[in-house]
Write a protein that binds this ligand. Sequence first.
Ligand code: PRX
Length: 664
Amino acid sequence: MSDSTQPTLDNLLSEERTFPPSAEFAARSNAHAEIYSWAASDRLSFWAEQARAMLDWSTPFTQVLDWSDAPVARWFADGRLNACENAVDRHVAAGRGDRVALLFEGEPGDTREITYADLQREVSKAANALQTLGVGTGDRVAIYLPMIPEAVVAMLACARIGAVHSVVFGGFSAEALRSRIDDAEASLVITADGGYRRGNPSALKPAVDEALAPGDEHDACRTVQHVLVVRRTGQAVDWVEGRDVWWHEAVGAASDQHTPVQVEAEHPLFILYTSGTTGKPKGIFHTTGGYLTQAAYTHLNVFDLKPETDVYWCTADIGWITGHSYVTYGPLVNGATQVIYEGTPDTPHQGRWWDIVQKYRVSILYTAPTAIRTFMKWGEQIPAGYDLSSLRVLGSVGEPINPEAWMWYRRVIGGDRAPIVDTWWQTETGAIMISPLPGITATKPGSAQAPLPGISAEVVDEMAEPVPNGSGGYLVLTEPWPSMLRGIWGDPQRFRDTYWSRFPGLYFAGDGAKKDADGDIWLLGRVDDVMNVSGHRLSTTEIESALVSHPMVAEAAVVGAADQTTGQAVVAFVILRAEFRDRIDEVGEGGDVAAELRAHVTKEIGPIAKPRTILVVPELPKTRSGKIMRRLLRDVAEHRTVGDVTTLADSSVMGQIAAGLGSS
Ligand code: PRX
C-alpha cells in the first residue's frame, strides 16, 4: 500500500507493517507482558490491586465488584476517598509539592507555572468559596470555561466538596448550555468573561446570561443561585447583582485551608453530556473510585508515564471526556507535569503546537487524528522547523486514524522513534479500553489492536456470536470495568435501552469493528446515527431538530459524509416550507439561505455542529414506513452512485434530488 492511498476498508485491513518497541523503550517500560496474563487469570483481584496502587483510600474497600444490579455496576463500594485529595494533596504530603503540575500557555503567550503545592492552595480556596456560595455535597455545578488553569481548579474544587461537576464545552451555545443546566438542575455556574480564540478575546459570559434569562420552558433560571466568573480577558460583562460573583473576589478571599470531604466510592463525580441517536443529549454520569482507578491506571501504562521526568500534553479541552480523564484526573492522580494550552493550533502561526513541544520539552503528546491530518495539510516543513526530539510517546484518540496519518505522525512528529498508541474509548467507558501498550505491543498503523489488561472486548455478529479473525461486526464489551458509566442522569431506562438491549448482557458501544488475521481490532466508525466530526460526537437527529426549528425549514435530514480532514463532515438536506420557496435562488453554496441555516444551527448547538454543506431538495428519500434512508443521502453527499432504491416509498425521489442538485 502506498502512503498516499486513501483509507478504504480493504487497504485498512491489509495493513501488515508492525512497529515493535525498541529494546531500550521496552526495558524501561512501566508495564511488562505478564500484565496481560495476570489480569486474565483473576480480573477482579487485578483491579483491586490497581485501585490500591493508584489511589489513597481513607476507608479501604473490602468489596471489589457488585454486579447484582446489572447493568449498574458498583466497584469498591464500601471504600471511601476524595478525588481531589488523590489528585493534589497526597503529592504534597509525600514531599512532591514543588513539582510542577500545570504548565499553562495562554493563547496570547502569557504563561503560568503551577506546582502541586500551589494547586492545593488554589483548590482549597475554591472549595471554601463554593461552600460559602451554598454548594453542598451532591449538588451539581455547571462549568463553562476556556482552557485555563481555573477550569481544572473548578473541577477539582467540586470533587473536593463532593459536588458533581457538569462541564459544558465553551464552544457550545447558550441554548445547549441551558438544556444541560436544566437537566442536571445545577445550582452554580462557573464561567469566565471570555477566553482567547484565534487571536481575539471571545466572550463566554453573555451565553450564560442568555441561558439563565427568565423563561417559562426551563428551570435554569430557577435552579441556579450564583454565577462565579473568572476574569480572563478583562472584557466588559453584564452583571446580575446578587447572582454574579467574581472568582478573584470570592476565591481570593477564601482560606487556603480546606479538609476534603470523604465520599463513598460510588458517589457521583461528574456528569458529562454527549450526543446519542436522539435529539436530547445524554448526561453520562461517572462515580469516584472505579473511575479514578482506571483513569490513573491507563494513563500510567498506556502513555508509559514517568512522573518525575515526563512532560505530558493532552490537547483536549476539558469540555470533552478526554479532558476529564487525561487532563484533570489521570495525570494529576499520577503526579504528572502537564502542559495546558488555551488556544488554536494556528494562532499566531501554524507552528504553535510544535513551538510548545520544543519550549516545554513535551515528551508525551496525546491528540486527535483530525489535528494530525490538518498538520499534514499544512505541510511537514512546519514541524520540521522545531526540535521535537523530546517526544517519546504519541497518542491518538477520538476517531479512527487512517494508516497514512498514523505513518505521518510517527515519521514527522515522532522522528520514527516514538511509539504511537491508538486509544479507543468513549465518554461512557470513562477511560481507555482498547489500545497498544507502548513498551509491549508491536503497533500497527491504524489499529487500536487489543483490549487493555483487565478489559474484555469482542467483535460480534448480529446474533452476538464472536466473529472469526478476518471478519467484521459490532464492538461489544463483555465484562464490567471500573470506569464504566453508572447511568444516564435522571433516565435509568434510557441507559438500559441504549447500551444493553441490542445484545442482552453485553455493552454495545455503537461502533463497527473488524478483527484482522492476528485477531487485532480495527475500529470502523459508528453504526448508528451518531457522526464523528473532528473527533467530536454529534447526533444527526440533534442537528435535524435544530434545522427544523427554523421557520424556513419543513423537513431536514442530516448525514455524516467522509471528509479528508475532519473524518466526517455534516451534510444537511432540507426541504423549505412552501412560503419560502421563492428564496430558492439564494440556495446554492454560499447563498443566503444556507448561511442563515448555518447560523441557526450554530445558535442552537454551537459552531461544531454547523453543516459543511446544506442542500435544498424537493423531497427526502423515505421508506414506506416513513424512515429517512440516510444511506442514500450519504451516497449523494459522498458523490457516489446512489445505492439500492427499491425500498423507497417513491423511487423517483432520488432522481428529483439529483436533478435539483444539478441546478443549484
Ligand atoms: O466511534 C468511536 C470514536 O469516538 C466515539 C466516542 O466518542 P466520545 O464519547 O466523544 O469520546 C471520544 C474520546 C474518547 C467512539 O464510539 N472513537 C474514539 N476513539 C477512537 C474512536 N474510533 C476509532 N478509533 C479510536 N481510537
